[in-house]
Design a protein around this ligand. Sequence first.
Ligand SMILES: Nc1ncnc2c1ncn2[C@@H]1O[C@H](COP(=O)(O)OP(=O)(O)O)[C@@H](O)[C@H]1O
Ligand SMILES: [Mg+2]
Length: 371
Amino acid sequence: MGFLQVRQLRKRFERVTAVDGVDLDIEEGEFFTLLGPSGCGKTTTLRVVAGLEKPDSGEIYLGERCLLSHSQRVFVQPERREMGMVFQSYALWPHMTVFDNVAYPLRLRRVKAPVVRQKVMEALALVGLAGLEGRPAPALSGGQQQRVALARALVFSPRVLLLDEPLSNLDARLREEMRRELKALQRRIRVTVLFVTHDQIEGLSLSDRIGIMNGGKLEQVGCPEEVYYRPATPFARDFLGKTFALGGKVSRPANEGLEVRLDGMACSPLQVAATSLPSARGGAPAAGDEVMVAIRPEQIAIWNSTPAGIPNVVPATLEGVHFLGDRYEYTVSLGSVTRLLIAPASQVLKAGQRVFLELKSEGITLWPRSG
Ligand SMILES: Nc1ncnc2c1ncn2[C@@H]1O[C@H](COP(=O)(O)OP(=O)(O)O)[C@@H](O)[C@H]1O
Ligand SMILES: [Mg+2]
C-alpha cells in the first residue's frame, strides 16, 4: 500500500473528461512523475490531489488519513492536507517581498512570528536564496522566482510536494541546472514528490517511477528504464522516444521459443524472448501472425562485417550520415524500407557502406501489425 494513494479519480469539465479513473500508489520519499502531452489531465489530477479542485468521484489517502472520499463524505481543505504545491506560473504575489511570499503558508497556519522568521530563512537557504528576503518578488529572475515558489511550498515541511511543470518556464540551460538541483534537494530532504511534466527527459531523469498519462488515463506505470525499453502501449512507446520498427511474421510461437521472420529480408529469423510480449496486449502471437518488431534505435549495435555467433543480425546499407555533435544519426535501408539509427560519435561510418545491425534481444518488443 502506498503512502499517497489515489483511487479511481474522475473529473469532468462540461464536455471533456479531464481525469478518467486514475489510480496512484506513491511510496513515502518517492519521486513520482505524471508524464504526458498537454491536455492529458496532469494539472487537473494534481489540483484534485491538492484539494484545489473537487473531483466527480474518487478517494485520496495520505498514510492512514483519508483526504477525500465521496462515499464517506470527506473533503479535507487544501491547507490541511500537508501538501506544498508549485504552480507552473509560480503564482507569487507581486506586491509582496520574497520573505512575505514564503511566509504566507505559515501565517495562514497561524504560526508565531519568531518561528515564521526562522522557518522562512531556513527555506530560503535550502533553495539558495539566502539574503534576498527583502526583494520584491517581481524584481527576481525567472529562476529565482521558481526557487521562491519552491521555498514557499516547502516552508511548512509538507509530507508531499506537488510540482506542476515547475521548470518549463526556464530557458534550456537553467532548466537543466534546476533539474539537477531539484533532484538533489529532494534526496536531501526526502520529501515525497508528485511531479507533472510533458517533457520526457525531465520525467526519465528525475523520477523513481513514471506514470504515462494519455486522455485522462494512466497507460503505464513503471521505473524510467521499464517504461522506456518496455513500453506497454503504442502511445507510451511513441511518446517516450524514437522507435526502429520492422514488419515480420511469427514463424514459431512463444511456447516453442518465439521466432520472427522479417519481411523481405534474407537473414535468419529473429529470436525473440517471451518477455518481449507486452502483457497488456493479450495472448502470445501464434505462428503466422503478422507483427511489428520494435526497438529503440540506440539498442542496435552497428557492425562493419557479419559478427560471428551473435543472433538477430540484419544486413543493411548505410544511405545517409548526419553528425549531431554528440552522436551520429544514420539513415539505413533494409530491403525496401528506410530507417533511422543512432550511434556514438566515436563510431564513424561512410555513406554507401554495407552494415550489419544487431538488434539486442533485450530491447525488442513485439506489436500487432496495426499498432
Ligand atoms: N477549468 C476547466 N474548465 C474546462 N476545461 C478544463 C478546465 N481545466 C482543464 N480543462 C480541460 O481538461 C483537460 C485536461 O486539462 P489539464 O489537466 O490542464 O491537462 P494538462 O495539465 O495535462 O495539460 C483539457 O482538455 C483541458 O482543456
Ligand atoms: Mg498542465
